[in-house]
Design a protein around this ligand. Structure first.
Ligand SMILES: Cc1cc2nc3c(=O)[nH]c(=O)nc-3n(C[C@H](O)[C@H](O)[C@H](O)COP(=O)(O)O)c2cc1C
Length: 279
């Protein structure tokens, strides 16, 4: 379990992108929620990433592919902008963490806006989207992440989670960010070029990011190494089977997040959490 400085505790998360912008799921998941086959109240839910201004992304029909026990996506950061998302989530009863991305200036602007929302549980800084123009592995980019964490920590009223990529110098990041400011670390999908030498099904979008069981070798290595080098709690991703929860806890994860599994087996995260709670 992870306990944030505002007292919010969680063991299970829905990863950014899994349950849409509001935590209620994507439109095709609504009927499943109405009959409680998907129960968002079991999770602390990270919204799909939002930016200061509306942005165009790639269409899901073109930029999401199902592979053997996983997903490749190159959706990018298309979203209607933070003001619109705040309207949609106003006074939500769900445990929401807002995922944000942008330049230093944009991040600080968004933090100021989110400071007015007393009903959210935290903010996740997405510093690792594999589908943006910038090279997220460049030393300059990594230095920028560390600097941003310091700046954001100065002004945020909400607990902060930092999301890193398996392709980044994540141990360096974990060592240099202030542990008093960043209260948990999350892990993004695996950029296709470090996952495989073969051609990506989403080659035309730059390759995309791989997630789900297919990504476990990469994302779980990050869980293990981060847990060894840092005292900041790590959120373990890429769960596919019930046993994966115990394996992640053994690797050092302090909480568990469900991402692609929501897309491939929409009912499974709810079933696994209910079973965990019973046992
Ligand atoms: C369709 C899709 C959309 C996603 N969108 C975002 C996003 O907007 N922001 C983000 O930080 N991560 C996003 N992710 C990454 C997930 O939050 C998660 O970090 C990644 O899938 C690894 O976890 P998993 O193996 O459990 O799926 C997305 C993943 C998928 C499959």
């Amino acid at each position: 379990m992870i306990e944030l400085s505002n007292g919010h505790q969680f063991t299970f998360m829905a990863a950014s992108g899994a349950l849409g912008y509001t935590g209620k799921g994507w439109w095709w998941e609504y009927p499943l929620r109405w009959v409680k086959l998907i129960d968002p109240t079991l999770f602390t839910i990270v919204t799909k990433t939002v930016t200061l201004k509306p942005q165009k992304g790639n269409h899901p029909l073109r930029a999401v592919r199902f592979i053997k026990e996983g997903v490749v996506n190159a959706l990018g950061l298309g979203n209607p902008g933070i003001e619109e998302i705040i309207k949609r989530i106003e006074n939500t009863q769900l445990n929401l963490v807002i995922s944000i991305a942008g330049t230093t200036y944009e991040l600080l602007e968004m933090i100021e806006i989110l400071n007015n929302l007393n009903y959210i549980k935290g903010i996740e800084i997405n510093a690792s989207c594999p589908n943006i123009e910038e090279d997220i592995t460049a030393p300059r980019f990594i230095k920028g992440i560390i600097k941003n964490c310091h700046f954001i920590g100065e002004i945020s009223h909400h607990p902060l989670i930092l999301k890193v990529s398996p392709a980044q110098a994540y141990t360096e990041i974990a060592r240099e960010i202030p542990g008093t400011v960043i209260e948990a670390l999350a892990i993004n999908s695996v950029p296709w070029d470090i996952y495989s030498n073969d051609k990506s099904p989403l080659e035309k979008f730059g390759g995309g990011g791989v997630s789900g069981k297919a990504a476990q070798d990469y994302t779980w290595k990050v869980v293990k190494e981060l847990s060894q080098v840092s005292s900041i709690p790590v959120i373990g991703p890429s769960v596919w089977e019930y046993e994966d929860i115990a394996k992640l806890l053994e690797l050092g994860a302090k909480a568990i997040s469900f991402g692609s599994i929501f897309l491939v087996h929409p009912l499974r995260p709810t079933q696994l959490v209910r079973r965990f709670q019973k046992e």
